[in-house]
Design a protein around this ligand. Structure first.
Ligand code: PLP
Length: 382
């Protein structure tokens, strides 16, 4: 199988599994227990926290372990909002946030909070002028992704951080797709809070973290004593150890990003050459190295994915979490893409496991399957 769906999830790395196994078999005690095994588990937890902090450029005390990015996003937004001054109760989200995160925006709205969405340009980049206009003295926080999971477009974090800092507004960044793909340092990123997830970086599913700048007030959303009372519930120690191992093995991201960008560019150039009706969204702007969001004429994504399936290539139509339905992606809709084109969107996301052989195999096998369909489409066009 050729796996080109790394933005959906990634395979746990052998080092990650090896680090987790002893925690299941022997180091399984509750890290809050007073007895010896509990204290051992507490040391394991502390060591994992120290590793996460070292790799991500923050202090151990700034790491709050969660069940993944969705929970970290919820904790950040609800927790920062609840801790804000009464005169600051408006929230600003990016309009192309992850589908799960936008559900939170809608839920807040339904409960009476004023929520504004920052629009994007047709190339998927953030409308900074609109962001500047929305960030005012009544805003509690801005919640913005670092990189879009569908297009891969990078958001202007430094510019938005300058706006939020000038206005005394908190900034939460969902860095789920960014961390592990490009170099990231919490202490200098300008955000008050940052979400991440282990399963996007060859770690286990169901674990992630919220990094919260020391001193920033946050109201917990699950009550308990763990994580300094900021997130109650017994910590998922095997998962946390897996997250730390996944971060530790990342290595030199700039070199890996260049390798993956070269594979992505080869894929895009080859598809365009073989199938001139190939359209690539956001290819002229700064994006993640391994994300390619394409359509082949107006061939429906379902048809393309069926052909890919025959070739044993795993890719995705839009975000994985919303695939299966035939609704146009909210990201492409926000980019003013007509519905019939949005329904043709296929996402290839390359990653650590992708080789030039994978790309060449795809380029040799996919165009011959799609070319006749595109000719048919051309012939039947009005
Ligand atoms: N945020 C972004 C940008 C994502 O891409 C995803 C996963 O697809 C999530 C949040 C949700 O992460 P998790 O599966 O850890 O809850």
């Amino acid at each position: 199988m050729i796996y080109l769906d790394h933005n959906a999830t990634t395979a746990p790395a052998p080092e990650v599994i090896a680090a987790m196994l002893p925690v299941f078999s022997s180091g399984w005690a509750n890290s809050s227990s007073q007895h010896g095994p509990g204290q051992q588990a507490k040391r394991t937890l502390g060591a994992a926290r120290a590793t996460v902090a070292r790799v991500l450029g923050c202090k151990p005390v700034e790491v709050i372990f969660t069940s993944g990015a969705t929970e970290a996003n919820h904790l950040a937004v609800r927790g920062l909002l609840a801790a804000s001054a009464p005169e600051r109760q408006r929230v600003v989200f990016g309009s192309v946030e992850h589908a799960g995160h936008l559900k939170l925006a809608h839920a807040l709205r339904e409960a009476g909070t004023v929520v504004d969405l920052i629009p994007v340009h047709p190339d998927g980049t953030l409308d900074l002028a609109a962001a500047a206009a929305l960030i005012g003295p009544d805003v509690a926080l801005v919640s913005l992704m670092a990189a879009n999971n569908e297009t891969g477009v990078l958001m202007p974090l430094a510019e938005v951080a300058a706006l939020t800092q000038a206005a005394g507004v908190r900034l939460h960044v969902d860095a789920t797709q960014f961390i592990g793909k490009l170099p990231f340092v919490f202490s200098s990123c300008g955000a008050d809070a940052v979400s991440l997830s282990a399963h996007k970086i060859n770690g286990p599913k169901g674990v992630g973290a919220l990094l919260l700048r020391q001193g920033v007030p946050l109201q917990p959303q699950t009550l308990g004593s763990q994580e300094r009372a900021r997130r109650g519930g017994t910590e998922n120690l095997p998962g946390i150890v897996g997250l730390a191992a996944a971060l530790e093995r990342l290595g030199d991201l700039s070199t890996e990003a260049q390798r993956i960008a070269h594979l992505r560019d080869t894929l895009e150039a080859g598809l365009r050459q073989a199938l001139p009706d190939t359209h690539i969204w956001s290819h002229k702007v700064a994006r993640l190295p391994g994300t390619s969001y394409v359509r082949f004429g107006q061939l429906s994504a379902d048809v393309v994915l069926q052909r890919l399936d025959r070739l044993e290539v795993a890719a995705s139509s839009g975000a994985a979490c919303s695939s299966g339905g035939s609704q146009a992606s909210h990201v492409l809709t926000a980019m003013a893409v007509p519905e019939e084109q949005a329904l043709a969107a296929v996402r290839f996301s390359l990653g650590a496991s992708t080789s030039m052989d994978d790309i060449q195999t795809l380029l040799n096998t996919l165009p011959p399957l799609l070319a006749p369909l595109l000719h048919e489409e051309c012939a039947t066009a009005p």
